[in-house]
Design a protein around this ligand. Structure first.
Ligand code: IMP
Ligand code: MG
Length: 185
């Protein structure tokens, strides 16, 4: 079956170059190297493509979050693996794959501001699903704003860990989900 593509490899290349260039310009006069923080696992491919285009000395670090939907309306976010860098006084650039309800990024930004004193926190997300937002989160740099709530896959985005390796972003269809579910049985 042919995938319905949301971001092609070519579009991703342009997006990562443009965001990397904008961040280079924005952070070129920092006194201390900024920290680029990848939100695993989904943002890994996007993170490495963006940082290749940032022509600055930087510190790379990684955090893994997990969200639990207790009911349809409340989600609880926990840290599965924390970052290690000393972010006090530095600019922190969070790199995320997709901001959906906003709960994960609201949690992470609050966590950072409550426990550290960064110079500033900048949020970069490949995709911004503004139509499904539950809490207010501002994405500073994005590759694409989504106006539909389709479930997206590829380029880091997964369903039960499947298809993170696909080099473009596409819309998951019911048949895809059925197929992956059959592999998990
Ligand atoms: P939140 O709802 O904004 O907290 O998003 C939490 C996480 O859900 C994101 O970081 C993604 O990893 C995942 N997610 C949200 N929408 C999608 C999607 O369409 N495909 C795959 N993962 C998604
Ligand atoms: Mg994510």
């Amino acid at each position: 079956m042919k995938h319905e593509i949301v971001l092609s490899e070519k579009q991703i290349k342009t997006i990562t170059k443009n965001i990397g260039t904008a961040l280079t310009e924005r952070l070129k006069n920092e006194k201390m190297p900024p920290v680029f923080l990848c939100v695993m696992k989904g943002a890994l491919p996007f993170f490495f493509d963006v940082i290749k285009n940032v022509k600055l000395t930087m510190i790379c670090d990684f955090i893994q979050l997990s969200s639990y939907e207790k009911t349809a309306s409340t989600g609880e976010v926990i840290i599965k693996k924390n970052f290690e860098a000393d972010i006090n006084g530095r600019s922190v650039v969070i790199i995320e794959d997709i901001v959906d309800t906003g709960l994960s990024m609201k949690f992470l930004i609050n966590y950072i501001n409550k426990n550290y004193k960064p110079k500033q926190v900048i949020l970069v997300s490949l995709l911004d699903k503004q139509c499904t937002r539950k809490v207010d989160v501002k994405v500073d740099y994005t590759g694409k704003v989504l106006t539909k709530s389709d479930f997206l896959m590829g380029y880091g985005l997964d369903y039960c860990e499947f298809d993170r390796n696909v080099p473009y972003v596409y819309i998951a269809q019911k048949e895809d989900v059925k197929y992956w579910d059959s592999l998990l049985k």
